[in-house]
Write a protein that binds this ligand. Structure first.
Ligand code: CA
Length: 223
């Protein structure tokens, strides 16, 4: 999961970014509204965490412009503004959720999972593909009902594929889901994670399309 964090407070930004990275999210962090707009215009994210009080362009304006452009990227407003008018304005401008600072990190990640779940159109939290079940709420994975222990990055690679069964994800798309800007990416990292996942989930669960990428489940029609 790739997250854009828009936050001008260095301490909050730093702690949210490192906590999310620890959970296996790829996090890109920008500190003003204009940078947020420039980034959203060129890159794709699974979710945006958006502060309201920002230099250059306010969070509310970033959100309004985004929705005017028919960009449906999920957005959670994370702000110290807890008055009713701000909450209503944020939700009316197209936010998917609204979280008031200070917050518990556990609540933030729970809301992120709920918003992402709704966005991909699943009310049921667990995803099943063949013998493998992945539960984003508990971040647990089972094969034929038996729990499997995955590292945060193995989990992130598997989750990206299981959210879109049958869709081929290229190595670059998977790297995007795993790494933020400026992070060192070893050239064979994705192959290594796929290899480890196959060892843990069974050799034939993840399919390789040579020169294109990887997928799980049944291939989509028309290919
Ligand atoms: Ca702020």
């Amino acid at each position: 999961m790739r997250i854009l964090l828009v936050e001008d407070d260095t301490m909050i930004g730093d702690s949210v970014r490192s906590a999310l990275k620890h959970e296996g999210f790829a996090v890109d962090w920008v500190r003003d509204g204009r940078a947020a707009q420039a980034t959203l215009a060129t890159e794709r994210f699974d979710l945006v965490l958006l502060d309201l009080g920002l230099p250059q362009v306010s969070g509310l304006d970033v959100l309004r412009v985004l929705r005017t452009q028919k960009d449906a990227t999920p957005v959670i407003i994370v702000t110290a503004r807890d008055d009713l008018a701000s909450r209503v304005a944020g939700l009316d401008a197209g936010a998917d959720d609204y979280l008031v600072k200070p917050f518990e990190f556990e609540e933030l990640t729970a809301r992120m999972r709920a918003v992402i779940r709704r966005h991909v159109g699943r009310a049921e939290p667990a995803i099943e593909v063949g013998p493998v079940t992945l539960d984003p709420t508990t971040r647990t994975v089972t094969v034929d009902g038996e729990p499997v222990i995955l590292s945060a990055r193995e989990y992130a690679v598997l989750e990206a594929m299981m959210l879109r069964p049958g869709a081929i994800l290229s190595r670059a798309q998977l790297e995007d889901r795993l790494y933020g800007w400026g992070e060192e990416i070893e050239s064979n990292a994705i192959s290594v994670y796929v290899h480890q996942l196959r060892r843990k989930l069974g050799d034939d669960f993840i399919h390789t399309v040579r020169g294109v990428g990887y997928y799980v489940g049944k291939p989509r029609a028309g290919r």
